[in-house]
Each structure stands twice: as C-alpha cells, then as structure tokens.
Design a protein around this ligand. Structure first.
Ligand code: NAP
Length: 288
C-alpha cells in the first residue's frame, strides 16, 4: 500500500544564518566606513570543553563579519573581584560594544553578580536584569540570543503569531521565559510548561507552535503534535551513538508537523548569529 506521508518543511538555521550574516557584514562595513568597528569581548574562565568550543565559534563569527573581537581566557582559580574589575575595564573601553562572559563560571564566582556587572549598553547576551525588564515591558533592549533566533526563524517562514497558541516547554531565564515574552509580544496566546506540568501532551496537542527548551531527548514525540504545527527544537543532547540531538523526536515529529527545526543545523547556528546582530546593534547605537 502506498501511503502519502506528509513531511514537515525544515527550517534551515545554517542557511538563514548565512543570509542574516551577509546583512550583518554589510551593516558592519557601513559602520566601519564611519570609523567604528563593532567590537565584542568574550571572557572565558576555566577549561570547560563545551565552553571552549562555544567561545571559539563566537570569535570566529565576529571575524567572518569583520568585527573586532577579543577573547580573554582566565584560569579557573580567578578571583571574582578580578573578573568584576575586568568587566568594568571593558565597560569603559570604547572599542568594545558587546561583552559576554561564557557561562557557567566556576562555583566560587557568583554568575548573577557577573551578569549585573556588565553595562546594559553592552549586554549583548541579553541576560542583565535591565535587558530582561526591557523585554518584559516592550522597551528597546537586547534580547537573549537563542529565543531571538527562534523568532527570526518564525519570521523567515512568514509566520503570523497573532491569535496562535504557542507552547513553550522550559522556563529558564535564558531561553524559556524570554521566549514566552517574545511570542506574547507578537500576540500569540502563550502557555509555559515545565517539569511540574501535569500532562504535557494535553498542552502540546493544542499548540500551533511548540518551542522545546528542556535538555532531554524525546520530550516531544509525534503523538504530542497537532498536524501542521511549527516545532522549534532548542535542546542540545547526545543520543545513544553520541551524536548531537534535540528535545524533539525529529524523525517521528517531521511526519506530523508543518515546520520543524533540525538539531544540529537549526536553532544552534542562529544563536551565534543573533549575538552578532546584538553586537552590531550595540555599535550602531553607540555611533548615534
Ligand atoms: P535549563 O535551565 O536546564 O531549563 C530546562 C527547563 O526544562 C526547566 O525550566 C525545566 O523545568 C524544564 N523541564 C525539565 N524536564 C522537563 C520535562 N520532563 N517536561 C517539561 N519541562 C521540563 O536549560 P536551558 O538553559 O533553558 O536550556 C534548555 C536546552 O536548550 C538545553 O539542552 C540546552 O543545552 C539547550 N540550549 C541550546 C542553545 C542553542 O543555542 N541551541 C542555547 C541555550 C540552550 P523546571 O524549571 O521546573 O526545572
């Protein structure tokens, strides 16, 4: 028997990133013509292998777009006061428009103190309380890069969120909560689910848009998705073969969903692209 199996459109985060980075490079070059080169400072404390890969990719992204970038690596024993002093120096450095401290920091350093030490004008990760407050109240500010990238992905498929039901799974300060606020700002009706949610499937089955930001494999399976829904997979996990995978059962869900993001090649590349966008915008604002 021949079955006509519907297959979701793939939202390609690599292709969309390339398109956006072309625009970012052009805007950076226009700014350079006015004597301002967008500058990002990335601080890494300690030897976390995943963090080393992330910071390398962020610095490379800067170089590819013609930005100035500095990578400052410090020993895991660095004192909190020393890190705060370094951030203060970068706050006052006119060549630096964005400051990013790669998280997690070693246990003896208070991550909240570090985030709040970054000037809100240079908070290109969008984690400062001032940035969170700006997002909450609809004021201009920096949006956290991962949910911002998800919004760009929805925009890229021309998706109108007005009146749609979006279900966000996960409520972290860096992904779930800002994601919900961004969707709300675009007039979606938003439900936030988390580890204490009873009957997750009852919520996801009602969703026009699902954003999975949990960090566990197969949190979303085909039986939990309404036909035609848009499924954005933020999760980064390893499968039994050690390969990168998301929170969504990609092969199953793509048979039901209308659009889906793959892992790898989906939300991940968009995160760095939105960091570059935020850095560019910080430089453009400083140039006014
Ligand atoms: P997090 O801080 O650990 O938050 C995970 C959230 O998932 C929490 O709110 C937790 O609920 C919820 N949760 C846990 N188990 C659940 C379950 N069974 N059902 C429903 N909700 C559940 O993680 P995060 O920083 O937001 O990151 C989430 C994932 O995205 C991770 O895999 C991370 O690696 C990935 N990530 C990817 C990118 C990227 O660029 N692609 C960027 C950032 C993060 P509680 O609040 O109740 O504990």
């Amino acid at each position: 028997m021949i079955t006509n199996t519907p297959t979701a459109h793939i939202i390609d985060g690599i292709a969309l990133s390339q398109k956006l980075r072309t625009d970012i490079t052009a805007r950076a070059s226009a700014l350079k013509a006015r004597g301002i080169t967008p500058g990002l400072a990335v601080i890494l404390v300690g030897e976390n292998p995943a963090s080393q890969v992330y910071v390398r990719n962020k610095v490379k992204g800067c170089q590819d777009c013609g930005f100035h970038s500095v990578l400052e690596k410090f020993d895991a024993t660095m004192a909190e006061a020393e890190l705060l002093a370094r951030i203060e120096a970068l706050n006052n450095d006119p060549a630096i428009h964005g400051i990013l401290v790669q998280l997690p920091v070693p246990k003896h350093i208070d991550a909240n103190k570090v985030i709040e030490a970054i000037s809100p004008l240079k908070d290109v990760d969008g984690f400062h309380i001032a940035s969170a407050g700006a997002l909450m109240t609809g004021m201009p500010g920096f949006w956290p890069c991962t949910p911002y990238g998800c919004m760009k992905m929805l925009e890229s498929i021309g998706y109108d969120l007005k009146g749609k039901h979006a279900v966000v799974i996960g409520r972290s300060n860096i992904v779930g909560k800002p994601m919900a606020l961004m969707l709300l700002q675009k007039n979606a009706t938003v439900t936030i689910c988390h580890s204490a949610t009873k009957d997750l499937k009852a919520f996801t089955l009602q969703a026009d848009v699902i954003v999975a930001a949990v960090g566990k494999r197969d949190v979303v399976t085909a039986d939990m998705v309404k036909p035609g829904a848009v499924v954005l997979d933020v999760g980064m996990n390893r499968n039994d073969e050690g390969k990168l995978c998301g929170d969504v059962d990609f092969e199953g869900v793509r048979q039901v969903a209308g659009y889906i993001t793959p892992v790898p090649g989906g939300v991940g590349p968009m995160t760095i692209t939105m960091l570059l966008m935020n850095t560019l915008e910080a430089a453009e604002r400083a140039a006014i």
